[in-house]
Design a protein around this ligand. Structure first.
Ligand code: FNR
Length: 387
């Protein structure tokens, strides 16, 4: 049994079920540079704050006296596959910064839960190792679209070969934002050579580097070179453009393509015109532009324009089951979890990720029921009101 409601909730971890306490505990545990890399955002971090404030702009209006079963049905279908809840692991790079088990720990918990795990281009664990931890479960690959077509093709080939069957193309991070906490430290994770094993393990990247950064003989200096090469080829200062999507589609072949980092209704319409299968409404957790629209407010405008015409994912500021409820009610077909999972990972590895995810699932399930819904499909804008 995966999900628990509050009365059945089985606390098997020392980690709090309260997000603020979770983050505070992780902050104490992590090296300051690792904590800052994850917690921080662009500039004065107004967008990080606005992402959260946007949730307070919407309030839940519960319905009562309905026939509600003690356990709700969170089942959702995305791209023709049924998953037990409308929740996906957000692509997050360099997870070994937070725990030595890194992406393998996170992927193994998402396998247990039957929820899709998204592997980042900037991951610190290779395609095959993550696939092994993730087993026979749906998994997605997130691409930072390189300007070098050979490199793009070789990333996509490795992803396909290892069973990643949905492609998430991040379009808002073709250059890194003005992240002051990291700038002050010289982009710590990459300088440490922690990032970036992915893609470099395949032939194309080896040829370009002239050595294998993953071999046992690789020196610390070679690892660092590989790490920087990766950052330069993916966050390269050249924006991806709509006209190149057919080329990407050809390189990817069969399987859904989503664009991650959409914040405007016009761009959402363009995504439909260009034949992509989905969008992820996201501002990269406020890490790219300071003073930008809150991602949940963007979701409201975007779902008005395109709901039902394209699959809509959402991330940015989800910290609780009630937040998941609001995003789905506003029109998201699924949500992605970012920072909360990292804090769980930092504190207790896989066990911490499991605790954080089960807490989110339990609270979402309970909020649905207490608001008078039995299924995720029952949720719509009639359950929320703007403040
Ligand atoms: C990210 N995010 C991200 N996105 C992406 O497409 N590729 C990546 O490699 C990363 N890496 C990454 C690292 C860290 C430390 C963070 C916090 C975030 C963005 C991520 O997918 C998602 O959009 C945000 O995390 C959502 O915001 P919240 O909910 O974490 O605040």
């Amino acid at each position: 049994e995966i999900y628990y409601n509050a009365t059945l909730y089985n606390q098997t971890s020392n980690i709090s079920t309260n997000y603020n306490k979770l983050e505070a505990a992780a902050k104490l545990q992590l090296r300051p540079a690792a904590y800052d890399y994850a917690a921080g955002g662009a500039g004065l971090e107004k967008t990080v704050a606005t992402n959260r404030a946007a949730f307070d702009n919407w309030q839940i209006v519960p319905r009562v006296m309905r026939h509600i079963l003690p356990k709700r049905n969170l089942t959702t279908s995305i791209f023709g596959k049924t998953i037990p809840a409308p929740i996906v692991m957000a692509p997050v790079g360099v997870q070994k910064l937070f725990h030595p088990d890194g992406e393998s720990a996170t992927a193994s918990v998402f396998r247990e839960l039957g929820l899709p795990f998204t592997l980042s281009t900037a991951a610190s664990t290779g395609f095959a190792d993550v696939a092994k931890a993730n087993g026979d479960h749906p998994r997605w690959y997130q691409l930072y679209w390189p300007s070098d077509d050979d490199l793009t093709r070789s990333y996509l080939k490795s992803a396909k070969k290892n069973g990643y069957d949905v492609l998430v193309v991040t379009v808002d991070t073709w250059d890194l934002g003005w992240r002051t906490r990291d700038l002050d430290r010289g982009f710590f994770p990459f300088i440490q050579g922690i990032g970036v094993q992915i893609g470099l393990e395949d032939a194309c990247a080896h040829e370009k580097l002239g050595f294998n950064p993953l071999s046992a003989n690789a020196t610390a200096e070679q690892k660092q070179t590989a790490s920087l090469y990766h950052v330069i080829t993916t966050s390269r200062g050249v924006s991806p453009v709509w006209e190149n999507l057919p080329k990407l589609r050809e390189a990817w072949g069969e399987g859904p393509i989503l664009l991650k980092g959409i914040q405007s209704a016009d761009d959402a319409r363009k995504a439909i015109e260009h034949g992509v299968d989905g969008i992820i409404v996201s501002n990269h957790g406020g890490r790219q532009i300071d003073g930008a629209i809150g991602s949940l407010d963007a979701l409201y405008e975007i779902s008005k324009a395109v709901k039902g015409k394209i699959t809509i994912g959402f991330d940015g500021g989800i910290r609780s089951g009630a937040d998941i409820f609001k995003a789905i009610a506003l029109g998201a077909d699924f949500v992605q979890i970012g920072r909360p999972v990292l804090w769980g990972l930092a504190l207790e590895g896989a066990q911490g990720v499991r605790h954080v995810m089960k807490s989110l699932l339990a609270e979402f399930d309970l909020t649905l029921g207490l608001s008078g819904c039995e299924n995720v499909q029952d949720l719509n804008q009639s359950f929320i009101v703007a403040k």
